[in-house]
Ligand binder design. Sequence first.
Ligand code: DI6
Ligand code: FE
Length: 400
Amino acid sequence: MFDRIWLHAHLATMDGPAEAPLGIVEDGAIASREGRIAWVGRRQDLPGGAAQVTDCHGAWILPGLIDCHTHLIFGGDRAAEFERRLAGASYEEIARAGGGILSTVRATRAADEDGLLRAAEPRLAGLMAEGVTTVEIKSGYGLDLETELKQLRVARRLAAEHPVEIATTLLAAHAVPPEFAGRQADYVRHVAEAILPAAARTGLADAVDVFSDRIAFTPEETARIFDAARAAGLPVKLHADQLCDYGGAALAARYGALSADHLEHAHAEGLAAMARAGSVAVLLPGAFYVLREERRPDIAAMRATGLRMAVASDMNPGSSPALSLLLMLNLACTLFRLTVAEALLGVTRHAAAALGLSDRGRLATGLRCDLALYRIGRPAELCYWIGGDPCTGRVVAGRG
Ligand code: DI6
Ligand code: FE
């Protein structure tokens, strides 16, 4: 006997073999017990009943979507900066002049915890309404211990107050705060020796990330922070090779990073090293689009080496004010030429891997019963439509 059963649905289990990875089951059924998937397969083979049976009326069910790279919690917005960029200023010019990330740092420091929570809730609600059940959220708009922890606490509160799972990432190495202006090396030491160990002790951070780029932190500085993460027992991720080839992919591989993200300028050897290390390449087409970047990530090299690709929103107020993960699927296909299967794996199975979460991202017995239901005729429609509202249901740990 099961707790719940979902019937009259088509399934994309995202658990198929390499040649058919969507794992399609037409006229399928899913059963849950104690928040986990207890059975999945063809309806005619379903072995038992349940107290609660849901008729899905021909909907498609996928594993609940996972947005594995966001900066969802911040004060203020950067719409005025958007207008300046439309008038000709570049993202880098604005950042170097103390705008950009630092303007969001000022607003985030000034906000209290409740204010940050209330500002983040509608953004999170937009993702949830599309069928997202797990969201990664980074700090990085505090750049001091108190505000970094404030952001991470808000992330934990979002998870406690809403039916969604949140994975948190400490991104104290996002920019150099004003009180360390001209003393970048001192700030790196402060992150490695004070902020990171303190955040690790609180248990508020599930992972550590660094923004490594010519407008942010060097490979040597990144390695220093990764060493501190390793000492604190936290896995690492990296904003890598977005604006220039900084060797970020290879560096991430050397540290066994869960993922390296962006990768527009990463070279093929670095990508091959990531594949060997089991790191995931997180593609962020929203930032590519907003910044009107010209160089695409080397998808062919990723495919050739078997590097797993994820797709995420990079939701942030500067380079990717993207409140829709479904739109990112379309951008990943249209701008980066991902196949539908690659894009959908990128927000399910491979996004779970990018977070080090082996208990989700597929419809398979024993995994969390996190489901997204869609009113579509075939899975490709999730990548095809621009806008629209296809999600008709959402289940988190068997509830919903
Ligand atoms: N992620 C980031 O952290 C930066 N770019 C990116 O893709 C920028 C964030 C910001 O401008 O606020
Ligand atoms: Fe980012």
